[in-house]
Design a protein around this ligand. Structure first.
Ligand SMILES: C[C@@](CO)(OP(=O)(O)O)[C@H](O)COP(=O)(O)OP(=O)(O)OC[C@H]1O[C@@H](n2ccc(N)nc2=O)[C@H](O)[C@@H]1O
Ligand SMILES: Nc1ncnc2c1ncn2[C@@H]1O[C@H](COP(=O)(O)OP(=O)(O)O)[C@@H](O)[C@H]1O
Length: 289
């Protein structure tokens, strides 16, 4: 039977870079919140022993697609533990709504949804901690999507503490350019010396993103977008970009600004949510068993 699962977007409500590790990765302090908006995955468990992606994603070879990689990873981990049903397989289709490489975590969220959904559908029963550890090998943002609660993250994003920031409305806008994460982290002018602060101190300070100034400097389209949105509401970059979000108290206020948007700006309005739509859906699937 085909089942449908959400793969929501995330925002980094703030993001500070507190240092660079010997392996080149950067230590962060960031606040993740989900959006009630994202991709949808249609998953049909099968007994053909394979992972089939029915909707190839343009520009991403199936072997590199995080959907396929996550499914194979779970298959191997479950097999090693002797909990994989014989010939377990799946057909997976994705409705992509999230821009790729936009700082909205679409790829990571797709991976997390596959881990959580197939663990349920195959009945493999791996613990959340195990799914997070598997997910972390695919990307730093996968664990927060697997856990499904808004969180303050430290380290490279793997040390998570649940958080409940206000569930505001956001106008999320894409400037139409791709920003590469390694390029931002490799930029000589990137701020990488923010002080390590307590979560409480960070909540009380104005929120900002240390990647924003270099990304605005290197991409005039991002600069123009932030400048335009700042006329209407507090606005900043999410992740390493390229998307920018403006914050509103109501849906109608966000929609009014979207109406005024210049034609070069693509955007959508969505609410920030502290419980992931994936986990609301998982509860529904569990209740219907
Ligand atoms: C910084 C964030 C915040 O959400 O940016 P976005 O990707 O969402 O924009 C993410 O944690 C990104 O996670 P993810 O996109 O999975 O990054 P990865 O593939 O693990 O890393 C891509 C590259 O970025 C650099 N990188 C990434 C994360 C990090 N904490 N320090 C780094 O220096 C490394 O050079 C790494 O090779
Ligand atoms: N299923 C997938 N959806 C999106 N991107 C994917 C997927 N599989 C692999 N990728 C690769 O992961 C990269 C990062 O994608 P994504 O997580 O959407 O962006 P970001 O990390 O900036 O939020 C993409 O540029 C793409 O090459």
């Amino acid at each position: 039977m085909m089942t449908t699962w959400p793969a929501p977007a995330k925002l980094n409500l703030f993001l500070y870079i507190t240092g660079r590790r010997p392996d080149g990765y950067h230590n962060l302090q960031t606040l993740f919140q989900f959006l009630d908006y994202g991709d949808s995955l249609h998953i049909t468990p099968r007994s053909h022993g394979e992972i089939r992606l029915l909707t190839p994603v343009p520009g991403v070879a199936d072997e590199n697609n995080l959907i396929v990689r996550a499914a194979r990873l779970l298959m191997r981990a479950a097999d090693e533990r002797g909990v994989l049903p014989p010939q377990a397989g799946a057909d997976i289709a994705v409705d992509k709504r999230l821009p790729m490489g936009g700082g909205l975590g679409g790829g990571s969220s797709n991976a997390a949804t596959v881990l959580v959904a197939l663990n349920h559908l195959w009945g493999t029963g791996l613990e959340t901690d195990t799914l997070c550890a598997l997910g972390l090998t695919l990307g730093a943002d996968v664990p927060v999507f697997v856990r499904g609660h808004a969180a303050f993250a430290e380290g490279v994003g793997e040390a998570l503490q649940p958080a409940s920031p206000p569930e505001k409305w956001y106008l999320v806008a894409h400037p139409g350019v791709a920003v590469s994460t390694p390029q931002v982290f490799g930029d000589a002018e990137l701020t990488r010396n923010s002080p390590v602060r307590s979560f409480d101190a960070l909540l009380q300070a104005p929120f900002s993103n240390d990647c924003e100034s270099v990304v605005r400097k290197r991409f005039r389209e991002v600069d123009a977008l932030v400048s335009w949105l700042l006329e209407y509401a507090p606005s900043r970059l999410t992740g390493t970009g390229a998307c920018v979000f403006a914050e509103f108290d109501t849906e109608s206020a966000a929609r009014q600004v979207l109406e005024l948007a210049p034609n070069w700006m693509q955007g959508f309005v969505a609410q920030g949510v502290n419980l992931s739509p994936l986990h609301r859906s998982l509860s529904g699937h569990l209740a219907s068993m």
